[in-house]
Ligand binder design. Structure first.
Ligand SMILES: N[C@@H](CCC(=O)N[C@@H](CS)C(=O)NCC(=O)O)C(=O)O
Length: 218
């Protein structure tokens, strides 16, 4: 049984967590208490010196970085259909994974920090220049995705792939749960249609971020 360290409110962890049931992979979840700083404890730093979740442990093999974990889990799963062996189809998935890791995820991350994390952990009010920068970047990359989805039901080759699981998590994560209306993507109708479709997946339902009123967040 592999072990996946995560936090329930982490969008980055969620894409790896979602991959596991999508693949029926034998993975047990282990929560890391980020608010208590457990990610800085020596035992955890041995797993990931970057003090971040997710981390996958498969016997003596330790893997951090969420997109790499998704790729590893799919490569380990016989007969899976989320990550093609054909080099061009695989490169197509990779392109969207890198867009997510390098551009889209960090852009949404700016707004998560300004609208959610600042209120929880300080230093308080959102910085309007940062909000504007985050919104511009989110709109730029979401616009590219929206145009791409205009004639497709899924991101890659019109079948569900790792790219869909990777990209949906920041779009539907902590920012949306804790600060509704702060993600400026309402006008992107093709992305909205794709998000609605993603919302019907069991893996998405099972890993949905639900913030209880008594629990203010991460
Ligand atoms: N690029 C990394 C990002 C991981 C990441 O930033 N995780 C956050 C939670 S969303 C974390 O563990 N933060 C704790 C910290 O920075 O100390 C990945 O995709 O796995």
């Amino acid at each position: 049984m592999m072990r996946l360290y995560y936090h329930p409110y982490s969008d980055n962890a969620r894409r790896a967590v979602m991959a596991a049931p999508s693949l029926h992979a034998p993975v047990e979840l282990a929560a890391v208490d980020l608010r208590a700083g457990q990610q800085h404890e020596p035992e955890f730093l041995k797993l990931n010196p970057n003090h971040r979740v997710p981390v996958l442990v498969d016997d003596e093999f330790i893997l951090w970085e969420s997109h790499a974990i998704m790729q590893y889990l799919t490569d380990k799963t016989p007969g899976q259909t989320l990550y093609s062996k054909d080099i061009r189809a695989r490169a197509d998935v990779n392109r969207w994974l890198f867009l997510c890791a390098q551009h889209l995820g960090p852009a949404i991350g700016i707004l998560t920090r300004e609208h959610v994390l600042r209120h929880l952990m300080g230093p308080g009010e959102a910085d309007s220049a940062e909000v504007k920068r985050g919104e511009d970047l989110v709109c730029e990359f979401t616009g590219v995705l929206d145009a791409h989805l205009a004639c497709r039901g899924w991101i890659c080759q019109d079948k569900r792939a790792l790219a869909d699981l990777a990209i949906v998590t920041p779009f539907t994560g902590l920012l949306v749960a804790a600060a509704p209306g702060k993600l400026p993507i309402g006008g992107f109708t093709h992305v909205q249609r794709w998000l609605a479709r993603m919302g019907t997946l069991d893996a998405w339902q099972q890993t949905r971020v639900v913030l209880a009123p008594s629990n203010p967040g991460p």
